[in-house]
Ligand binder design. Sequence first.
Ligand SMILES: Nc1ncnc2c1ncn2[C@@H]1O[C@H](COP(=O)(O)OP(=O)(O)OP(=O)(O)O)[C@@H](O)[C@H]1O
Length: 986
Amino acid sequence: MLKLLSSSCLQSRTHHLTPSLLPGLRAATESTQPLLRVLNSLRGLSWKNPNFGGRVFFCSDSSDGSEKTAEVEVKTAESEVEEAEAKASSAIVSTNPRLEDYLTVLALPLPHRPLFPGFYMPIYVKDPKLLAALQESRKRQAPYAGAFLLKDEPDSDPNIVSGSEAEKNVYDLKGKELFNRLHEVGTLAQISSIQGDQVTLIGHRRLRITEMVREDPLTVKVDHLKDKPYNKDDDVIKATSFEVISTLRDVLKTSSLWRDHVMTYTQHIGDFTFPRLADFGAAISGGNKLQCQEVLEELDVYKRLKLTLELVKKEMEISKIQESIAKAIEEKISSEQRRYLLNEQLKAIKKELGLETDDKTALTAKFRERIEPKREKCPPHVLQVIDEELTKLQLLEASSSEFNVTRNYLDWLTALPWGDYSDENFDVIRAEKILDEDHYGLTDVKERILEFIAVGKLRGTSQGKIICLSGPPGVGKTSIGRSIARALDRKFFRFSVGGLADVAEIKGHRRTYIGAMPGKMVQCLKSVGTANPLVLIDEIDKLGRGHGGDPASALLELLDPEQNANFLDHYLDVPIDLSKVLFVCTANVVETIPNPLLDRMEVISIAGYITDEKMHIARDYLEKSTREACGIKPEQVEVTDSALLALIENYCREAGVRNLQKHIEKIYRKIALKLVRQGETNEPAVASVHILEPHQSKVEDVESGQDTAERNDNIPESLEISSSEQVSESSVEVNTVQTELPADQTQNPVDESTDLKGANETEEIQESEGTKTVEKVLVDEESLTDFVGKPVFHAERIYDQTPVGVVMGLAWTAMGGSTLYIETTHVEQGEGKAALHLTGQLGEVMKESAQIAHTVARAILLEKEPDNPFLANSKLHLHVPAGATPKDGPSAGCTMITSLLSLAMKKPVKKDLAMTGEVTLTGKILPIGGVKEKTIAARRSDVKTIIFPSANRRDFDELALNVKEGLDVHFVDDYSQIFNLAFSDD
Ligand SMILES: Nc1ncnc2c1ncn2[C@@H]1O[C@H](COP(=O)(O)OP(=O)(O)OP(=O)(O)O)[C@@H](O)[C@H]1O
């Protein structure tokens, strides 16, 4: 039993032993005895351990000196059991020498711990001589040796575990040196087995070295030590031993390592003697080698028990620390794990209770829920794809990338408004009201839109039309698009295709790409939530040219009513019906719109505004919206008509009104600042009111009406505004405020008002009840520069009266119409030197046009003044000012001829005349474009007479009256008519 306990304990306590001992120890501790066998062995019976093949089983009682030891060679075969038992019984009358007969023994050094009687200990014997001697003694049936703990080297610390280096030195010790290093008290050890250099020892009884007999191998003479006699019934001894036992029990509670062994031991404590208990406790304790040696050397049983108690108590403490360390580490490691486990359990429980579904199920449910209301309207092929994808989603691993792709795809598919159309409003009257509400003028544009709505009403749908609004910037193309949506009660979505070069922007990416997205159209449908929005495609004339596909062709598929009923987005991969979408495009020039696209559009051109229109727009729309945006009340500001007119004529002459809007905003911002500054200068006075004592002010008020008036006389005029405010709020406070105001503070408002005076006049309007003073900022023609600076836009007219060789032409650009001058001068004259030098960044067409003009002019001059050789003999220079602006086009042909003839005849053309028209070599005048823009531009430049080609008469007639008003317009077919108009004397 003792062997089992000790061996098991040794196994559990391997940390006390050096690694070199471990293999042997493990071999010795591999057996685990069932409890019953332990009991038997305790009672002194020998027992064969079938698991302990080839090893020696030991049971001894060496304490009383009457040796009944049996040494049994254990054999694994069952048949040998009886033989072994016979041997054991025969050992009682053994002929072998008794233990006390071993008085001269081989001395075995134990480097780590002493060997306690009753315990196994495997050791390594490196000395071949010693090993041979041990083997020899085993053979001689005297397998006993003395095991003695080695003393530490004199200078070493016993608490520090020696390394393998020190261990090596131990094995090198020999003879006297070794003898001197051995502790005197050791143990008579039975050599249980020798395997290679590993020798297993079993401790029997205490020995004391008396003298050295032989040096190599070290052999010593020993005395056998006996415990001092003690009283078994001594209470102190009993108590100490019980304390040892109870401590061992406590250790058992905290340390499961000892549980089996100590339990067995304590159950059978009666079989042990006190000295044996002390040895047991010390052997299994974690005490250091000197402490253990002390127990071994102690022959007084009580003292030995006390020493052991100390050791086991310490063990108890260590075991507690060990437990707390283990607990802390376990807590640290497992808290995360536990959290995870608990979460998983929670999920499982919730799922079980139907409270929550897992991610996939929840997702699927979400998508199903989303598509359910649309199921009836949704096209079957889309439903099929959605169902397939939902099934696929269930099969996919949630962490896989494919899962995410499918999820996103389903997200898009289910979010689209399949068959969900908003009710269209075809009420023409209402539409007209809305259009008028948002935009001034644009009558023809509005008319066209109303026509379109009317057709929609009759047909029941407004599908199949692409409106293209073309015109210079800032004429309201985008905003009218928004108004149309409002008039039709459709959702509005705008996207600009200016510079767009990637087809994927329109048609989407294929789903195989990472980060694939559907095209703009699908995004539009998702964001508006209806399948029939009004989509405004801005800047369609600035569509880019991509290398990976042509965006124009993609737009064609999108816009073409024939194709877009089955528009296929690459990402969505299911056809979408876009036939109900109303497309409105905007462009500055229609020429750059790809032809196939232009072909499908209904172009409505917006030419730009004349001054009168701009006045209206500024007054009724821009001013209103800007005033609101700046938080200014209508009564706080007045912009005179003359100021507005000056603003339009001198600052914002372009066709659109965006610049005008910017200027108005600028004016209103400045007004806002002025009003705030004024307000703030009034505020300190108000603030100081609150520190007054009410009773004090009241008295002053009642008593000194006269006083107040007097004091008021001393206050600067401007301050009276603020003081009158105070009066209106509480007449009581006025006096005190004024008397309390420091001199510099009273001065401030004066400065402010003088400051304002230069810019505007400040008026004070007392409201009827006299409660508030309203400051009004007046913006008139004079003060305009204070708000918007000096005019940046100088008149297009360079000449009041065009000199000889200079004629005004009319041009048309993407920015609207404009006037331009054609200037000609002669460089040198001489027979046959006729030549024409051109400058002014003219394009090819314009250069050709100049050559034609030169030829035609020569012909006309020859006809009109046959004696004038000027054109035939002169080197001329023709220039079109604004040299930085590239110009091209044939419409300046007639202007050039007139300019050349004016120079040749030395006769200036009629005052305030402008002309436009392409000329053929025979002098015929061909039509031009942009009649409205040109007319507006001519009006802006104060032109009185305009010459247009006859073919443009219709365009002109279509113009609004206010555009045509006051103009002397002539339509010509042939240049001779122009000649008459330009050079006639009347
Ligand atoms: N006839 C009008 N009546 C009232 N406001 C107008 C009118 N025309 C233009 N505006 C205003 O002018 C501003 C500029 O208009 P918008 O942005 O629509 O110009 P656009 O023609 O689309 O210019 P771009 O070609 O540069 O896009 C808008 O605030 C718009 O309300």
